[in-house]
Design a protein around this ligand. Structure first.
Ligand SMILES: [Zn+2]
Length: 287
């Protein structure tokens, strides 16, 4: 089988910077109409970063808030689904990078949402703020969003009918959190999950040296994959839409409205197997 090839740290960093700048200059290219994934679970992100909204029956939970410069798109998406952002009681950030916590401060200031992030990433950013990757962030006004509450491995966040189990899965950052929770449509309850961060950029050794991380972050990632790979998951949520073909599935949903491609009990296993293979190649090739 052909070996995977990886971009150098410098190329990868430059590519991220370029794509972020394109999003900043042309946000209209990245707009996607929000939609229901299943039952009380909705997609309110853009074409670049995922944000998921859960209607708990007693207020809303928002997972990740995207870039700071596109917060208006997030708010428009929430309204477009018929929800009021003032009902977002809880925001949970998957990890401490600028493209996932961007709109957090605004949402807290305007709508009073309470923000959660892992203790590990919170302490990491307090000590090493450069780990938020603000040097890739295209918006000059963006700031690092700190949480109101920290979460630890195994914590459960409950609101209304929804309990989200938070599992620490470091690798992409030291405090990346993965989330597991039930979603309901009528009589049917399914388990949704998101793996909190998978990109390889922050596992490159030059990056680890730059931001004072241990150089074995890719090994740490393999351990995290092992930790959650046997979870039973019916609906895999992306952290970025490209990771789980969010946009393709949405298109499929529109074209064949009788089927829901987001429901796939085998996807979690295959998603993590692919990630595991990728990280092993990355390590083997000396990155
Ligand atoms: Zn990230």
């Amino acid at each position: 089988m052909a070996k995977r090839t990886f971009r150098s740290y410098e190329d990868s960093f430059g590519g991220h910077q370029q794509r972020s700048m394109d999003f900043y200059n042309h946000p209209e290219k990245y707009v996607i109409k929000p939609f229901r994934i299943f039952g009380n679970l909705y997609y309110v992100g853009d074409k670049k970063v995922c944000s998921h909204l859960i209607d708990t029956g007693d207020g809303l939970i928002l997972i990740d808030t995207g870039y700071q410069h596109s917060q208006h798109l997030l708010i428009e998406s929430i309204y477009a689904l018929g929800f009021d952002p003032r009902n977002i009681r809880i925001i949970i950030h998957s990890h401490g990078h600028f493209d996932h916590f961007g709109a957090g401060d605004f949402m807290r200031a305007v709508y009073g949402s309470k923000i959660y992030m892992s203790r590990a990433d919170t302490e990491s950013l307090q000590k090493y703020p450069q780990r938020a990757l603000m040097d890739i962030c295209p918006c000059p006004l963006a700031v690092i969003c700190m949480p109101d509450e920290v979460i630890d491995d195994g914590d459960v966040i409950t609101l209304g009918n929804t309990s989200i189990r938070c599992v620490l899965t470091p690798g992409h950052t030291v405090g990346t959190m993965s989330f597991f929770f039930d979603v309901t449509d009528g009589q049917t309850t399914l388990r949704a999950a998101s793996f909190g961060g998978v990109g390889l950029l922050t596992m490159h050794k030059p990056y680890c040296r730059r931001d004072h991380l241990p150089e074995n972050m890719s090994e740490v990632m393999l351990h995290s994959i092992q930790k959650v790979k046997n979870e039973k998951v019916d609906i895999v949520l992306g952290n970025h839409p490209a990771q789980n073909n969010t946009l393709g599935k949405r298109q499929q949903m529109i074209e064949k409205s009788q089927t829901n491609p987001f429901i796939d009990p085998d996807e979690w296993r295959s998603f993590l197997k692919e990630l595991d293979d990728q990280v092993r190649d990355f390590i083997e090739q000396g990155y």
